[in-house]
Design a protein around this ligand. Structure first.
Ligand code: GLA
Length: 738
């Protein structure tokens, strides 16, 4: 990794192992010269095309606007004549909106950029270096620092922006995006992750068309529907080849991700906080920091891009005790009991679970206030002793006596109208005065922009954790934000509420993991509506989706794993017919699919069929045997049921290519067909491997079981035929003596 500045040509070169990111300054304007496969030579400023019409303003003042409208900006600003989408717009005290940034100075420092109050990728001087490019607009006094962190071993560039009002009057930021990327359109496709509740993050790919396209959220969280990620790729890029540029937003609130193809065959990509409903008052001297966007560039297709994100997020984003540790196998009572449980029921589940080797009981929603359904008590975080006589201390000690850990569910950001909290503080709910706020799941959202509300919400969680030996928290968030109004913010700061809310969530979670450093935190939002890199900064795992059906999970986990390491994907084996879609799949297949994430159970173990139950110890043994490989290895998408409509296949290969685990799911059987030949990936062509079925010692095949890596990868391996739909195979590949 290196960041260099060629003073003669005013060119910055940011180098990662396989890529170059080049910035050039002309006439004081900061331009984007190149990003892609590594190039050498520093005179890259010609790539800005400023030696052709309309030239730079110093050579051709009469066409200044044409220059603005075609120059590849590092950080385009609104109001001056670049008529494409901008990254920064303001409203000054006089009501004007123009900003024009010119280069002032720069610094190159070892380590990662720290972003006040915001999650961001980390790294020491040995891991990464940061370029800070200071720009100024002389008229408004705005000083904007563009931050770029590049890594020694990972092909990622993490970008952020710091904006300081060095003028004498306050101004308003009406749009402050985090990253822009201007490039020639090389027949790009746009890839995003689209979904719904129970169908999160399905991969969606379409050509970039002239004009503006993209995805966004105005729901106050990432949302089930769209995701704070986009990629552009060459039209012929696939899982293993072709240029891919990923953009992953380290943020948990409203976002925008835009691709705009312009009149000159260029594309501008933009990502940041959604400007809709956003207006931030920046006092003279005030500073606003835009959250980070992580760019990943691979010429090895989508698997290459996934490796970059997985390696970066595992090593430089996820923190805490469980960062590099196998997580305890848990059993969660939500799908087992919903609200209908008491201490005896939970202990009976825990008892049988412990016998099978399950290590932690998680008590989900319904333990507090008078909550027996989802229509009350959020905010009243006192134990319901009618359900849990003797309180948490008794329940937790019963569970601990079984040798199990205990975990608990919270939804700290919410308030039910039917709660003591709401009766005492109706103004703590987000609402517009004079307008009846809309309910969702019969609840309102707490106005976390108020320090006293944030303190209450934090202490509600912390005091429960202080009261018993609780080793895991599921932090849920079950509705979107609407009727945006805070009873405490002045009129000209109401546009700050969405972002202030997100900052408060970050502060609370930071406090939580600081006060309880051994806690395993799992974020959740009605399933996977807040599965993002920012949440991973606080919790090493996030509940992927309320849909635990093994088949539905294939597309959900495929889309999630495009960006996020398998170590972060909350995945459980649940009962059938599945509660989200009614499908019946074999228990074995459910287990294999959940092994691709943080493994656990979400069922009433006292009631499931004995045949299923008998498989649990074996599944846990598989989890323990293969978790290190799944958690730390390179993930490869081998085949996609979403694309071929018949079968799914993924693979995890350890870093030295001595071991791999392949999961193959035959979703639909194809009658009168021969065995399916699959080319494995990521192995060493020259190594010799033994192939076995760790969960199926009986699997006998009249074919060799030892192969060269080149045979397995280039010629392929024939998957044993299986009878029926929803069948699966786990295949273990281990280096052996040739
Ligand atoms: C959300 C979560 C579920 C469960 C319920 C409890 O929907 O995603 O896993 O915790 O809330 O109300």
């Amino acid at each position: 990794m290196s960041i260099t500045f060629d003073e003669e040509h005013a060119v910055f070169s940011l180098e990662t192992p396989a890529t170059s990111y080049i910035i050039a300054v002309v006439d004081g304007f900061v331009g984007h010269a190149y990003y892609g496969k590594k190039v050498s030579g520093s005179d890259a400023a010609y790539l800005l095309r400023t030696n052709e019409p309309p030239f730079v303003p110093s050579k051709n003042e009469r066409e200044r606007l044409s220059f603005y409208d075609s120059f590849p900006w590092e950080y385009p600003c609104g109001g001056i004549g670049d008529f494409r989408e901008s990254a920064l717009c303001v409203r000054t005290a006089q009501g004007h909106n123009a900003v024009c940034l010119r280069y002032v100075s720069h610094s190159i420092t070892p380590g990662a950029a720290e972003l006040e109050g915001l999650p961001a990728v980390t790294g020491t001087a040995g891991d990464c270096a940061t370029l800070s490019l200071l720009c100024r607009d002389d008229v408004t006094g705005l000083e904007v620092t563009l931050l770029y962190t590049v890594y020694e071993h990972i092909d990622a560039v993490a970008r952020a922006v710091r904006i300081v009002n060095n003028g004498t009057e306050p101004l308003y930021l009406t749009k402050a995006l985090s990253a822009a990327f201007d490039t020639d359109n090389r027949d790009f496709d746009l890839v995003t992750l689209h979904g719904s509740w129970a169908r999160e993050r399905h991969i969606c790919r379409r050509p970039v068309m002239p004009g503006t396209q993209g995805v966004c959220s105005v729901r106050g969280e990432d949302s089930h529907q769209e995701h704070p990620f986009m990629a552009v790729c060459a039209h012929n890029a696939d899982d293993d080849s072709g240029d891919v540029y990923g953009f992953s937003f380290v943020y948990s609130g409203n976002f925008t991700a835009v691709a705009q193809a312009d009149q000159f065959g260029s594309v501008r990509l933009l990502m940041g906080i959604n400007p809709e409903s956003f207006c931030w008052k920046l006092e003279a001297g005030g500073c606003f920091t835009c959250p980070q966007v992580v760019l990943a560039c691979s010429s090895e297709g989508f698997n290459g891009m996934s490796h970059i994100y997985h390696d970066l997020y595992r090593a430089h984003l996820i923190r805490g005790e469980y960062k590099d540790k196998m997580r305890p196998v848990l059993i969660n009572n939500w799908e087992a009991t919903y609200f209908n449980f008491d201490t005896d029921k939970l202990v009976s589940i825990a008892k049988e679970a412990a016998e099978d080797g399950i290590e932690m009981l998680v008590m989900d929603d319904g333990w507090f206030g008078k909550r027996n359904s989802d229509d009350c008590s959020l905010g009243d975080w006192n134990v319901n002793e009618a359900k849990l006589p003797g309180g948490l201390s008794r329940l937790v000690s019963e569970v601990n006596k079984l040798g199990m850990k205990f975990g608990i569910w919270f939804e700290p950001e919410m308030i039910s109208p039917d709660s003591s909290l709401y009766r005492a503080h109706p103004d703590w709910a987000i609402a517009v005065p004079g307008r009846t706020a809309g309910l969702s799941r019969c609840q309102y959202v707490l106005d976390l922009s108020r320090p006293e509300v944030e303190a209450y919400a934090y202490n509600s969680v912390a005091s429960v954790l202080r009261s018993a030996n609780i080793e895991y928290v599921k932090w849920d968030m079950n509705r979107q934000l609407a009727d945006i109004g805070s009873a405490s913010l002045p009129p000209d700061r109401q546009g700050e509420l969405f972002h202030r809310y997100v900052l408060a969530v970050y502060r609370m979670q930071e406090r939580l993991i600081t006060e309880f450093p051994h806690l395993l935190l799992e974020n959740c939002s009605g399933g996977g509506a807040r599965f993002d890199p920012a949440m991973l900064y606080y919790s090493p795992q996030i509940w992927c989706s309320d849909d635990t059906d093994a088949v539905e999970r294939l597309a959900i986990q495929e889309g999630t794993a495009l960006v996020y390491p398998l170590s972060s994907m909350g995945a459980h084996v649940s009962t059938c017919p599945n509660h989200a879609c009614g499908r019946i799949t074999p228990f074995k297949t459910r287990g294999y699919v959940a092994l691709a994430g943080t493994f656990g159970y979400e069922l009433d173990i006292t009631k499931i069929p004995a045949e299923d139950r008998s498989l649990i110890p074996g599944q846990i043994a598989l989890y323990k045997k293969f978790n290190a490989l799944v958690r730390t290895g390179d993930y490869y998408r081998v085949a996609s049921y979403s694309r071929n409509n018949e079968y799914d296949c993924w693979e995890c290969v350890n870093k030295d290519k001595s071991e791999a685990l392949v999961t193959f799911v035959q979703v639909l059987n194809n009658p009168n067909y021969h065995s399916r030949k699959i080319c494995f990936k990521g192995l060493d062509p020259d190594k010799t491997y033994a192939v076995s079925y760790p969960d199926d010692e009986q699997e006998k095949r009249s074919m060799p079981s030892v192969f060269t890596g080149s045979m397995l990868m280039n010629a392929g391996y024939t998957i044993p035929r299986m009878w029926g739909d929803f069948q699966a195979k786990l295949i273990y590949i281990r280096e052996t003596e040739s």
